[in-house]
Write a protein that binds this ligand. Sequence first.
Ligand code: SAM
Length: 499
Amino acid sequence: MAAPWRGFAHTVSTANHSPGWPFSLCRRRSAPAIAAMGRSYRYTRRMLDAALACPRCDKTPLTVNDGACRCDACKIDFPSIDGIPWLFAEPQAALGEWRGRLQFALQRLSRDEARVAEELENGDLRPLTKRRLERYRKATASHRRALQKLLGPLDVQSMSGNYQTYLALRTRLPADQGLNTYYANVHRDWSWGREENEASLKQIRAVLHENAELGDVLVLGAGAGRLAYDLHMQMDCSRTVALDFNPMLMLVAQAITRGETLKLHEFPIAPKSLEDDAILRMLSAPEPVRDGFHLVLGDALRAPFAPGSFDTLVTPWLIDIISEDLADFAPRVNLLLKPDGRWVNFGSLAFPGPERATQYSPEEAKAIIAESGFSDPYVAEATIAYMCSPASRHARREKVFTFSAYRERDAGKPTRHRALPDWIVTGKDPVPLTPSFRTQAMTTQIYAFIMSLIDGKRSIKDIAKVLEQQKMMSRGEAEPAIRSFLTKMYDDSQQQSGF
Ligand SMILES: C[S@@+](CC[C@H](N)C(=O)[O-])C[C@H]1O[C@@H](n2cnc3c(N)ncnc32)[C@H](O)[C@@H]1O
């Protein structure tokens, strides 16, 4: 029977927050309890290991040693990050990219902190503004330390590039999939209270009908892990594997589901009051997760599992934001399920494109799923509160599209997903000199030249004159071009860190 969950949203005023390490381990367990947990964890971990497959060649099983995995066919080692297997097809490239993203996020926070410190030097600030800025500066510093600590297992300290280099080389982060993109979800999952999390589970129950036995469950795009945790704790799951590609979210999920309390700041989009500008929150689970719950870091498009490994595959808020057409993604889900396995989806239906043709309506989404070897999806729709921080004036209501569909037949082997060409991923092949690269190289040189002319004295008209003298373009053409280029540079310089 489902446990009666207590509310567990706490806020800690930053005024009372003593400086120092922002984490504390609140729950302590006895030594025999820890030993017993270790034994049963090792047993269920062996079950997980048996389902793992190499995300590069799809060979199974991987050799597993102390949490780290190896594909003997590819001769590739997959590290483990604080015990979470790191199963990306190019493990070192993915590690480098995420480390770079994190380092950039940390540097950005330091920069924010310094910028606010500068603003605070203005003697004309109103007392209330000064108070808000002082709180914000402290919160930013604490947040940076918290992130640094949380992501310690990724060894970000090994990165030495400076902020400008990271800004210039910003990895091919889809703008909507950064390290912080789903940072608010962390708070929704583990500190805002019950309403949204209970509503999610209710929607899932609504499509399960009388068959609520979930068996071996895989949650793809699990984020900070709350839904996977709730499924595992409140429903009939023999094993639950939660996968995401964002290490920050998975490390939060790891710490909290094993019983720790994290203290992390929330920075609401539209604070309700001055004190809500930055709030230190305590994030915790109602209780430590029971056995059989596992986290995996990897790409849902190259999911590192043997075909037919799961009875239930859950995609919460994923099918419309994942960077693959639903018609290509659905056969991947099919492949991971056992015969008669079930796909349970929950979340929005707001395909961003870029092509109009793939921005599917609910009717088309249902048809694609049925065409991909599934039964006609059973759909439930309901309007629920979504990302409603108690501290923000900004909130969403969303009509969610929840369905369940049984795997009825094979949908064929999906083609291997390649997000990027090999010369980028492996770094070993020559970088091709494509026509668009030539053009970009030219424009970059021109931009670099314009930037080099900024000396604190020249005006846009003066710079246009230099471009004309260099026979690059006429003064009349150059002036509006320089203006729009500098407008973009100016806009970029005004951007907030996003926290
Ligand atoms: C909209 S969020 C939903 C998160 C979580 N399910 C929830 O409901 O809060 C989408 C999640 O999918 C993850 N994600 C997106 N593309 C992914 C991919 N290709 N592989 C693994 N995770 C992915 C993101 O990191 C993010 O955690």
